[in-house]
Design a protein around this ligand. Structure first.
Ligand SMILES: Cc1cc2nc3c(=O)[nH]c(=O)nc-3n(C[C@H](O)[C@H](O)[C@H](O)COP(=O)(O)OP(=O)(O)OC[C@H]3O[C@@H](n4cnc5c(N)ncnc54)[C@H](O)[C@@H]3O)c2cc1C
Length: 387
């Protein structure tokens, strides 16, 4: 059966509009915040967020979303701001928050003024997150919070955290958790950086010692935090977001192979390098087609969540394979640590490799993804953890 992967005339004309907008509005050196405002006004950014909260309020359209992503990437233009606030908190508030919470928190998050920390993991509660023990008690109209979070990325530069806290100690573990918004700048909170093997200190431990937050800074009802944290508004971009990243690192690898010398010739001419590159290119194309299948399933009202989960797994493995291939090309330089003030050179591939290990852990480890795919996708017996 022939598969027609062309978009129809309506979407091709939309592509032209996006391209015209970028020709007109984007040039290197332009104020990026101003450009993002123009892109939002034109309906290209924050499409699921109502205008009154700073978004562009567009009807969901996965094809348009993918066209926007690919045109912005093709023109080298900046995309939407990213981060826990925009990618996790905002969709959650839109789906489960009170109107005043949306008004208070969304506009200054979209503008980049407020950064958010994700307060989920605890010592002993990572994959088995529902076993978390940080407590929240309601005392005189305030939540009083005690306990500890860990691996809290960038907490030191964040204004708030959205945290999972046990508020119903007698309820079954998934039912006893609430989703609280907490100001990180208060005396009851101590944020301690964690030194990483690569020299960075992006992670933190966050200690709560009688920290407080107003009673109504809860998203959803008491004890519903587990389901609130799993809110998934239709994330149009998730479906093809990964392919942009995979394509970008693959293109960098090709440039490296063209530039580097190996066995006395350009690396790209060496047969075993060509084999590896061809294999990676095939995987990249599979990811692209899986993205298209996800879009068409979502458009026909089907469930694309399992494919999305497989996508995360495939992308983490792909990023690691690209970095490993680069390490073989740069040979001894793969031993250079990415730490320090040297001008970025080949050691950035070492950083890339380390990052690929991190993405296989963050947001649910690859092992847990495999469990879920096996259980929900193939009906294998339940593991009971991480689902
Ligand atoms: C880059 C990065 C950023 C992060 N940022 C944040 C953040 O901002 N906020 C936050 O709250 N957390 C954050 N985390 C923490 C992350 O969510 C946890 O590391 C992750 O959920 C795993 O938990 P854990 O580290 O406790 O490992 P564990 O759950 O202890 O797992 C250890 C190992 O055992 C395996 N394992 C565990 N259970 C099973 C099972 N049932 N079946 C098979 N294998 C299993 C895991 O796959 C893993 O290999 C971040 C992590 C990384 C790497």
């Amino acid at each position: 059966m022939a598969i027609d992967l062309q978009f129809g005339p309506e979407h091709e004309s939309f592509r032209q509009d996006v391209s015209d907008f970028l020709q007109r509005e984007w040039r290197k050196g332009r104020d990026v915040a101003e450009f993002r405002t123009a892109a939002t006004d034109a309906g290209y950014f924050y499409r699921s967020v109502p205008r009154r909260f700073g978004g562009s309020e567009q009807a969901p359209d996965s094809i348009k979303a993918s066209i926007i992503a690919s045109e912005f990437s093709r023109h080298g233009a900046p995309g939407e701001l990213k981060g826990n606030g925009i990618q996790m908190l905002v969709p959650t508030l839109l789906e489960r928050g009170e109107d005043w919470q949306k008004e208070m928190f969304i506009p200054r998050t979209l503008s980049g003024e407020w950064q958010w920390a994700q307060g989920y993991s605890e010592p002993g509660s990572g994959s088995d997150l529902a076993s978390l023990r940080t407590r929240g008690e309601l005392v005189d109209g305030k939540w009083v919070i005690n306990g500890q979070k860990v691996w809290t990325s960038y907490a030191r530069s964040c204004r708030y955290t959205f945290a999972l806290v046990r508020t119903e100690p007698d309820a079954p573990k998934h039912k006893g958790i609430s989703y609280l918004i907490i100001d990180l700048h208060q005396p009851g909170i101590d944020i301690r950086p964690m030194k990483q093997i690569n020299g960075g200190d992006d992670f933190n431990e966050v200690f709560f010692d009688n920290a407080t937050t107003p009673e109504n800074w809860i998203v959803g009802k008491r004890g519903e935090g587990w389901s609130v944290s799993k809110s998934t508004l239709r994330h149009e971009r998730n479906m093809l977001g990964g392919i942009d990243r995979s394509e970008a690192i693959f293109n960098s690898l090709i440039k490296l192979a063209q530039r580097a010398t190996l066995e006395g010739q350009p690396a790209i001419s060496v047969p075993w390098v060509r084999d590896l590159l061809a294999g990676l290119k095939a995987e990249l194309e599979m990811q692209r087609h899986s993205g298209h299948i996800q879009i068409s399933r979502a458009l026909s009202g089907g469930d694309a969540s399992l494919l999305q989960m497989m996508g995360k797994l495939v992308q983490s493995n792909f990023a690691a394979a690209v970095a490993e291939t680069a390490s073989q090309i740069i040979e001894d330089e793969a031993l250079i640590s990415p730490i320090g003030n040297r001008r970025p050179g080949n050691e950035r591939w070492v950083g890339q490799y380390m990052n690929s290990l991190a993405t296989a852990i963050a947001g649910g480890t690859s092992n847990i993804q495999r469990n879920i795919i096996a259980e929900r996708g193939y009906g294998l017996p339940r593991d009971g953890i991480g689902t």
